[in-house]
Design a protein around this ligand. Structure first.
Ligand SMILES: [Zn+2]
Length: 53
């Protein structure tokens, strides 16, 4: 997640290169009104991770 940007990313998203990031639970980011990045698709990744359980 990037400070001051209303979008959250996966930790390995190329959008985050060279930027200071801050870890935040996705549920919290969604609660704050953040939207998922269209490039790294955090939602897709989370759904896939949940499906593996
Ligand atoms: Zn991203």
């Amino acid at each position: 997640m990037v400070d001051g940007r209303p979008r959250y990313h996966l930790a390995d998203c190329t959008h985050l290169m060279g930027r200071a990031t801050e870890g935040l639970p996705v549920a919290e980011a969604v609660e704050l009104g953040f939207s998922p990045c269209g490039l790294c698709r955090p939602v897709d990744r989370l759904v896939a991770a949940a499906a593996q359980r």
